[in-house]
Design a protein around this ligand. Sequence first.
Ligand SMILES: *[C@@H]1O[C@H](CO)[C@@H](O)[C@H](O)[C@H]1NC(C)=O
Ligand SMILES: *[C@@H]1O[C@H](CO)[C@@H](O)[C@H](O)[C@H]1NC(C)=O
Ligand SMILES: *[C@@H]1O[C@H](CO)[C@@H](O)[C@H](O)[C@H]1NC(C)=O
Ligand SMILES: *[C@@H]1O[C@H](CO)[C@@H](O)[C@H](O)[C@H]1NC(C)=O
Length: 207
Amino acid sequence: MTGRRACIDCSFFLFCNTILCFTLVFFVVWSIFLPEEPKFSITNASITQFDFAKTNKTLHYNLELNITIRNQNNKVDIYYNDIQVIANYGKKRFAMRTLDSTPFHQGHKNTTILNHVVLEGQQLVQFGDTELSQLKAETDTGFYSIDVLLALRVKVGYDIFKTRYYQQSGSKINCKLKVPSNFNEKFSGRFKTTKCGNVYIMSDPVV
Ligand SMILES: *[C@@H]1O[C@H](CO)[C@@H](O)[C@H](O)[C@H]1NC(C)=O
Ligand SMILES: *[C@@H]1O[C@H](CO)[C@@H](O)[C@H](O)[C@H]1NC(C)=O
Ligand SMILES: *[C@@H]1O[C@H](CO)[C@@H](O)[C@H](O)[C@H]1NC(C)=O
Ligand SMILES: *[C@@H]1O[C@H](CO)[C@@H](O)[C@H](O)[C@H]1NC(C)=O
């Protein structure tokens, strides 16, 4: 009885060891092949309209962005299935669109330039006191603090092998911009290239 018991224990132990072993190998292989995150930056941005009418709580906006995406991996290609661009002022979203240029493929060590990404239209926004006083102050300085968020779905390719989709969970890729108000001749501010942060598509994916 005790001998049989011991054997069940021991085969259970072996079973656990095998699982542990496989998990370990999986993680080692994974970390070798784990691709580096692509690098996102906004190389230019301009606003030609940014008017909020208090009476109807409507923001009329026209924002143009030039976006650069760099795949710095030596061996892996990236397939961008869709890219969603969201624009926030303060904590309030006022624009969102999916890029027409997707889907596209990006080779290893390659850079993709997405120019003339235009967000324009009108949007009902519930600006609170914070946003309103910020808007007033920034209208006087000639720069608007706009957060551009990127949400995307990608596949990763190693030669003939292609993964399933990767997608960032939780908070999105964030580009904190100071966009010059080009519509106002009083100001001649220039946009400074801005790197986007919070990129965790492949290192923390929801597949
Ligand atoms: C950025 O865009 C504005 C408006 O289109 C343009 O006047 C300016 O020359 C651009 N700056 C750069 C560095 O390309
Ligand atoms: C984006 O880049 C193009 C040229 O590549 C330039 O003509 C345009 O003014 C840029 N727009 C903005 C807003 O940066
Ligand atoms: C909101 O009001 C502004 C100014 O009163 C007006 O120019 C704009 O067309 C209105 N927008 C909408 C969607 O009604
Ligand atoms: C980057 O991709 C483009 C278009 O697919 C291609 O023409 C170019 O040769 C690639 N550049 C490098 C360095 O791989």
